[in-house]
Design a protein around this ligand. Sequence first.
Ligand SMILES: Nc1nc2c(c(=O)[nH]1)N[C@H]1C(S)=C(S)[C@@H](COP(=O)(O)OP(=O)(O)OC[C@H]3O[C@@H](n4cnc5c(N)ncnc54)[C@H](O)[C@@H]3O)O[C@H]1N2
Ligand code: MOO
Ligand SMILES: [Mg+2]
Length: 603
Amino acid sequence: MEKPIKFIIITVSDRCSCGQAVDESGPNLAKEILKKKLGIVLEIKCIPDEQKIIELELVNGSSRADIILTTGGTGFSPRDVTPEATKAVIEREVPGFPLAMLLTSISKTPYAVLSRSSSGIRDNCLIVNLPGSVKGSVECFSTISQTLRHAVQLLRGRNDHGSSLTSKSKVSTSNVADRPRESEWPMIPVAESQDIVMRNILVSTKEEVPISLNLFGRVVASDVSSVDPLPPFRASIKDGYAVLSSDGKGSRKVLKSLTAGMSAGGDLVLSNGECVRVNTGGPLPTNADAVVQVEDTKLLKSSSDGEEIEIEITTAPKPGQDIRPVGNDIGLNEIVLNKGDPITPIELGLLATIGITNVPVFRLPKVSVLSTGNEVVEPGVELRPGSIRDSNRITLLSLLRGHHFPTYDLGIAKDEPDDLLSHLIKGLESSDIILTTGGVSMGERDYLKAVITEDLRATIHFARVNMKPGKPTTFATCCWNGKMKMLFCLPGNPASATVSFHLYVLPALRAIAGFQEPFPKTITVRLGFDIKKLDVRPEYRRVILDWNQSDGIPLAKTTGDQISSRLMSWREANCLLILPSNTEVKSEIKKDELLKGLIVGPI
Ligand SMILES: Nc1nc2c(c(=O)[nH]1)N[C@H]1C(S)=C(S)[C@@H](COP(=O)(O)OP(=O)(O)OC[C@H]3O[C@@H](n4cnc5c(N)ncnc54)[C@H](O)[C@@H]3O)O[C@H]1N2
Ligand code: MOO
Ligand SMILES: [Mg+2]
């Protein structure tokens, strides 16, 4: 039996998408499709007249549907950009559909010439722009509807696609002899590749988070002001007596005790010669203008039950002495935190005290971590011949946790396109960003790049960087269910994966999370050992900084062999020393030379 044609209908309308109007055209087209028994409607969506959003929806939809019908956004208004978005994503144009629709419409109204509809094919999916009105969209659809079944048959004939992405991968695994013997990817400098990542980061969004430990490590998304002053009442700075300073030194009658936590002493008024016992942080009588600490007093008289009746003040108090006025520490409506401030324990304490319940912060992207490799097995299991235990995933997951990012553990995928694809799809469904390790170099089972481009339709922005370690670091973006996703495919070697994490992944995550300085801090360090031969690639050496130096410049101590497989080279390392590449002029570096280093751990 022939597979049914899968339709997606996208209504492009600012008004409908924000609820100001009800979308009638989309559901009406769906009814027409069902009435004509043309196929099934996977989805009817309503989106704003935003070119990028329309493009994302078309790209995403084209991997699932045979036909996408858009309705709306084809006119002359500046917000009408559906044809522009369509033209940006199609691979081949189909001018016949707009022409046929124009010929039908023009017989009904001369204004039909004002339609700018476009049509084309992407990923063997036909995209057709229809006008926005209920009447116009159905009229145009009726004109083309009888040709659609044949159009889809032709597209399916070219490549039996159009099935959903959860089906088998399209990546071919045969014919190893034909594999490329040179990487097709240019090797680009680190700075350029970091720029590319930063230009493609996900948009930072805000959320309100209740005061709690969940705020720790987040970044404030807009200025935060106090709702209550601190202290909220005039408070004593000492344990002692609230007095009238004009009474000078000498004896005082003790009226009562006002301890911290009691409702303010505002209703209590002192007369000359009277005082009230107070505690640090406690409230004061309205007219008390000084506090005398207990050390500057003597007991003159007490009651039989041990209560103070009269005391002597031994040093004359000054007005304002040992009193914290209202708002002394934090004023009412004072801006306490600014947009962009990271929330450390101190900021969290400040937020807790100023009377707000929720804090505007930047949302944290969720990150999935996947290990790949037929040889890779879970930690702790007995090794079979040829297998190694997975160290990358637990390292990356804990690095992410250390920086407060929510994570999703995708486990281990085999070096098989189908298995890679199904794991990646799980990652796309459950997170914003995917980190993978392994399978990105030149091996015949390094399928990752093929799977993300051919099956996920991701765009690879770079796949080779001139650095050691980390050369095959690959960065891609793709659209999934209308949302942009980032994919970092890091090399399998454990030292390489971790270096790339610090140079690319963490800065991108920090930028999305609102940090204004997302990159690791660069400092000057003194080389503590000789480097006999520089590598042909600029190198990021794992070193341990020793700050105990008379000139204040930290000494970079070696962590031993820097081979990319050796995770021991990261043991105790807190700095990535940046070494230049080997040139005819400079092929070695002597101990004591000053170099730049990136801070990547506690110092
Ligand atoms: N012909 C070429 N071969 C290689 C090149 C090259 O340019 N041409 N580049 C080398 C460089 S540089 C690196 S780095 C590695 C990167 O390889 P892949 O990313 O394809 O990773 P795999 O081949 O899958 O694995 C490499 C290595 O790492 C071990 N591994 C993998 N996953 C894990 C894990 N989760 N935990 C611990 N160890 C892991 C794996 O067993 C391999 O030993 O390619 C070079 N080759
Ligand atoms: O670039 Mo690879 O990470 O040297 O071993
Ligand atoms: Mg490999």
